[in-house]
Each structure stands twice: as structure tokens, then as C-alpha cells.
Design a protein around this ligand. Structure first.
Ligand code: M6R
Length: 613
């Protein structure tokens, strides 16, 4: 979604702000703007542009036309009001003395706007951010021109989510920040301070960051930060070192981040296994949840959105097969509003790459309210979901930039397999020998993914055929059905081809009427006991004219009597085949999008992290 950056230091702020915004482009946006305070002219200059960041870069000569060493910047993803220069941030008070950028949604904006209209304020844009800016201005003037009090009043008066950065004209070398349910980090280095809504924006400059908590205020000065709680008391924060290296957030010679991230999967999968497997056993001591606690759970709920939900679908099969614990998987946006039957005997696992997805965060809080124990499987250290959960399993995917997730999905699968093995062991549904076997097999997955990545030419060629289709159906059973859901989402989100994933047994209950000459059906068949069944369903579509692609395990060459093109994945334990079968589907989606000339990493209308409901 929207991106925020801020800078105070010795460098010219404009280029630093644009550089940071560039690193946040992947989050999705439709306009951008920066504000820089010019110490000599004693004025704050604001420049905005609709469309790509390059328009703002051009307008400001790469940021150099704005003089000054303190500023804030924003990429906007429209929520209130159309994408336009007027609605773009920064917004400012009528006298220009308060300037702000904001991510999130102020839910009670209408009531606040009315209050300000009654006080004589005027509004020019359709945004809730202009209201937030003028509200802060109102409190600033009302409470003795004190920025901390103005921020405190803002926190107390607003409902919704926000990460907001504000410059006050009377405090020219300071930036004030507040947040609630929307990400924001603050970085410091020698004589400089940075703020950003996501790590990649500041990695080039510093790895030392503070996480500002919900309903807290930060005051940034040259190289220093002071934090306040909502009672305006100074609070102490721990400086955290970000381990991700700056290069991980660069393309490193690849044409797109998505391909780079697909290729990183062997490494990040291995890293994720290594962080929770010690001496050949699943070891959750770093996570902190004990065997006794795990043993006590009577049911497991797995919650996520989009691809994270699809990971949960795979995990549902694996968890019930291995650990024999009743497991449900649910979309966070549904779970949060339907009064689920959970209690203190329930483990709720929330899966999220960003750790900031609004629905997943709300679902986690709902689960806690109902008494469940929560375990977050999260990639971004210090994110809201990680901070709110009782326990955290950090995946080791590193920064994922492409909007379409690949490597984070793969590491989330690993975390779920390890959780299922651990629960199976503590429940006694598997013995030590089976645990050893499973762990030994799991450690072969990275090499098997590498093997698959070497053999992608056929998929690349087939992408031209797929690019011409307007409908694609993915079918499979069991774990394969879960993989189909992910393959279908990957294809639709970046290639804009309509696609559906069906449990193969459901075809006859309606969908088969859509099959006509040339319709592409992609069958995933990695589960031994379900292979014949799915083949029968594929034959049914073939006899109605479908073009068939099969994804199956090496040794199943007889699939070729049905499929027009087949991709083979290496053999592994059937519980883990999702980790392999998904790779050709990721590659296919990538090549179709690239063939069509689309913006692979930044598909239309999408954002990397969905921090609003
Ligand atoms: O950051 P999260 O894992 O919570 O994000 C969840 C979904 O928004 C995300 O997986 C989305 O579906 C991806 N674009 C899929 O590629």
C-alpha cells in the first residue's frame, strides 16, 4: 500500500527521499510527493506528481531542486479520493505550517471533518489525510504550539489505522511520527535519522532501527529519536539491528524481483529449515512454545489472506495427516467477523509475510480476545503481527519485493511442516524414526527445488500458449488442490488471465460446463492415492476439447497419454510435494506475465502489503 519516508541529516533530503520511495515502489501506488524544509529560504517546498515516481523525479531533478536537509515523502495508493495531484501527499494546513504524510485509514474522518469545518477550516482534497493534518494543526494551535501534545490529541481523537509523519514549521529540524496498526520504523546513523514504512527504504543508509509501537509518538532530530507514550511520558526503546543485507533488496542482475525471488527459494527454504531443526530434530526453543503447551491444544486454526491462506490449505492436510489434531483453515477477513468457536484449548496460527496485513492482524487480536494461544508465522521482524502474537516463527525469506509472493510462500510451507511434525511428535502420532525420516526428507527439498529451476525451458516456451488463453482451470485433490489455489492466484494476479482452482472431484458439479475446445486445464497430480482419480477428471475435460498440462512426480510418465505437456517434479514424501509442485506454476505465471509485457513485480491495482481492510 502507501509508502512513507522521512529524513533529517547532513545530506540534501530530496534525493534521499526519492531513493527511499523508489525502494517502496513495489508496495503499489498511484501518485507521489515530497516536502523539504529549506533552512535558508525558511520555507517548506512541496512537490507532487500523479502516476509513476519517475514523474516526481523528473519534476524535482531527482530531488535536487528542493533545497534543505529535512523532509518527508510518500507514495499514495488511493483509498479516499481518486489518484490525483490534489489528493497526493504531503498535505498541509491552511497556513502551510503543518505538513504531513499518512498511511492507513482514519475511520471517523467524517466526524472530524465536520468538527474542523465548524472551526473554519477548509478542505480541498478528498483525503482523510488532509483532515488528519488539519486536526493536528488545530490541536497544535490550541495546546500552546506543542507538537507532542498535538500528536497525543490526534492519537486520542482518531479511530482507524495510521502511520503519520509530520513537520511543524516552528520546529524545522524535527519530524514527528505516530502510528497505530500501520507499519513504521525509525533508523538512525551518525547525525542522521530516517523513517520508513518498510525496511528496504532505509537499508542502504542504516541497519539500526527502532520499532515505534501502537499509539506511540516519536520525535526525530539529527541522529536522535525520543519516544513518548500517549501520556506524553518519555519511553525507552531498544535499538534493533536489521540482519537483511541491502543487496537482498536489489535485483542483482535479474530482470524482475519475482524471478530473483523464485531462484532464491532453495537458499531461503534451507535457512528456514535450519532455524528450527537442531541435531536432526524440530527444535522450537527459540520460538518459546513448549511441548506441554503444544500437547494441550485440542484444535488448530490456521488463518491468513491470499497466498498465506493457501499455505494454510496445504498445512491443513499435513497437520491432520501427521498430528491428527482437528485443523481448520480460514480467511482472516471471514474469521474476524464470525464469532468462531475457539477457546484456550485452541492454537491459532496466523501466517503473514509482511506481518502487517490488516485482516490478519485483526483476526489475531480476535483470537487472543477469545482466549486462544496465537503463533505467528511471519517474515518481517518486528512487524505488528509478530509483536502481538504469543509466539513467533520467523521465516527466513529475507526481503520480498515482488507483489506476487514466491519465496515467502515456500518458507511458510516449511514452517507449517515443522509445526505439524513437532505436534505429531508431542502427541505421539509419529515416533522418533518417522520424525527422523521426515526431517531427512525435508532437508532434501532445497536441492530438489534447485533441480526444478534448472529445467524451466519447456515452461518458458509453453507460456506463449498460455498467454493467448482467457480462461485457465487448475485441478487437483488433497494437497494438490491447495497448490492449484496458489498456482491460479499467481497466474491471475500478474498475467490478468482469469483462472480458477477446483478440487478435481468438483468439476462434474458445475465447472465442466465451461470446458470447450482449447480451454487450458492444468492438473496437479503428486499424491499417489489420488493420482488415478485426478487423471480420470482430466480425461473428462480432454474429451470435451481441453488442452491439458500435467504437473506430476517423476516416474508417472503414463500421464503423457492424457496431458499435452507435462512437468515432472522430483520424488519426495507426499506430505511435502507442495513445495515442489508450486515451483513450475510460479515459473509459468512469471513467463506469461513477462511474455505479455506486463509489470511483473508491480501488477495493476495490487499492493505488497494490504494494511487496510
Ligand atoms: O503479507 P501477507 O502474507 O499477510 O499478505 C497476504 C496476501 O496479501 C498476499 O499473500 C497476496 O495474496 C500476494 N499478492 C499473493 O502473491
Amino acid at each position: 500500500m502507501c509508502g512513507i519516508v522521512g529524513y533529517i541529516g547532513k545530506q540534501q533530503a530530496g534525493p534521499v527521499l526519492l531513493d527511499g520511495l523508489k525502494k517502496l515502489e513495489y508496495r503499489g501506488y498511484d501518485s507521489a510527493g515530497i516536502a523539504v524544509y529549506d533552512e535558508f529560504a525558511k520555507k517548506t517546498e512541496i512537490v507532487k506528481a500523479k502516476g509513476r515516481l519517475s514523474a516526481l523525479v523528473e519534476k524535482t531533478d531527482g530531488g535536487k531542486s528542493l533545497k534543505g536537509t529535512c523532509g518527508i515523502g510518500h507514495t499514495r495508493w488511493a483509498t479516499h479520493g481518486e489518484p490525483s495531484e490534489l489528493n497526493a501527499h504531503p498535505h498541509f494546513s491552511d497556513d502551510g505550517k503543518v505538513v504531513a504524510v499518512h498511511n492507513g485509514i482514519i475511520e471517523n474522518y467524517a466526524e472530524l471533518k465536520q468538527k474542523l469545518l465548524n472551526k473554519g477550516y477548509e478542505f480541498y482534497s478528498q483525503t482523510d489525510t488532509e483532515i488528519a493534518t488539519k486536526l493536528i494543526c488545530y490541536y497544535y494551535e490550541k495546546y500552546g504550539n506543542d507538537p507532542v501534545t498535538a500528536m497525543e490529541r490526534f492519537i486520542l481523537r482518531t479511530r482507524g489505522s495510521y502511520a503519520i509523519a509530520v513537520m511543524f514549521y516552528d520546529f524545522p529540524r524535527e519530524i514527528y511520527v505516530a502510528r497505530k496498526d500501520s507499519p513504521m520504523i525509525i533508523g538512525v546513523s551518525d547525525g542522521e535519522a530516517f523513517l520508513a514504512s518498510d525496511v528496504p527504504a532505509i537499508l542502504k543508509y542504516t541497519r539500526n532501527v527502532y520499532y515505534i509501537g501502537d499509539r506511540e509518538i516519536a520525535r526525530l532530530t539529527d541522529g536522535g529519536v525520543t519516544f513518548y507514550n500517549v501520556d506524553r511520558e518519555v519511553i525507552q526503546k531498544e535499538l534493533v539491528e536489521i540482519k537483511w543485507d541491502a543487496e537482498a533488496a536489489e535485483k542483482g542482475g535479474y530482470e524482475h524481483f519475482m524471478m530473483k525471488e523464485i531462484c532464491e527459494q532453495p537458499k531461503v527454504v534451507k535457512d528456514t529449515i535450519n532455524c528450527a531443526v537442531k541435531d536432526g530434530k524440530v527444535d522450537f526453543s527459540e520460538i518459546g512454545v513448549t511441548d506441554e503447551q503444544l500437547k494441550a491444544f485440542k484444535q488448530v486454526y490456521i488463518i491468513g489472506c491470499g497466498s498465506a491462506y493457501h499455505v494454510g490449505m496445504v498445512a491443513l492436510y499435513v497437520m491432520e495427516k501427521l498430528a491428527r489434531v482437528p485443523t481448520r483453515v480460514e480467511l482472516a477477513s471471514e474469521f474476524r467477523y464470525r464469532s468462531p468457536l475457539i477457546d484456550e484449548n485452541t492454537l491459532v496460527v496466523v501466517i503473514s509475510q509482511s506481518g502487517e496485513t490488516a485482516d490478519s492482524l485483526a483476526a489475531l487480536r480476535e483470537a487472543k480476545k477469545l482466549g486462544a494461544t496465537t503463533l505467528a508465522i511471519v517474515n518481517v521482524v518486528g512487524s505488528s503481527i509478530a509483536r502481538d502474537a504469543d509466539f513467533v516463527f520467523y521465516t527466513k525469506a529475507g526481503p520480498e519485493i515482488s507483489v506476487a509472493t514466491t519465496k515467502a510462500y515456500s518458507t511458510q510451507l516449511i514452517a507449517c511442516y515443522l509445526l505439524a511434525i513437532k505436534m505429531a511428535r508431542v502427541n505421539g502420532s509419529i515416533d522418533e524414526t518417522r520424525e527422523n525420516e521426515l526431517i531427512a526428507e525435508l532437508t532434501t527439498i532445497p536441492d530438489k527445488i534447485s533441480e526444478l529451476l534448472k529445467d524451466e525451458r519447456e515452461i518458458q516456451q509453453f507460456a506463449n500458449v498460455v498467454a493467448a488463453k482467457s480462461n485457465v482451470f487448475f485441478v487437483g485433490r488433497g494437497e494438490d488442490y491447495a497448490v492449484c489455489m496458489e498456482g491460479s492466484l499467481k497466474l491471475k494476479e500478474i498475467s490478468y488471465i482469469h483462472s480458477e482452482a477446483y478440487a478435481a472431484g468438483e468439476l462434474k458439479h458445475g465447472t465442466i460446463s465451461l470446458i470447450e475446445e482449447g480451454t487450458l486445464v492444468i492438473g496437479v497430480l503428486t499424491q499417489d492415492e489420488l493420482y488415478e482419480k485426478t487423471i480420470s477428471n482430466m480425461v473428462e475435460t480432454k474429451s470435451r476439447g481441453a488442452l491439458i498440462m500435467g504437473v506430476t512426480v517423476k516416474g508417472r510418465e503414463n500421464v503423457e497419454s492424457t496431458a499435452d505437456i507435462t512437468v515432472y517434479v522430483p520424488k519426495t514424501d507426499p506430505l511435502f510435494t507442495a513445495s515442489l509442485a508450486v515451483v513450475p506454476l510460479q515459473l509459468l505465471a512469471y513467463y506469461v506475465s513477462a511474455y505479455k509485457g506486463y509489470d511483473v513485480d508491480k501488477p495493476r491495482n495490487l499492493a505488497k502489503s494490504v494494511t487496510v481492510e
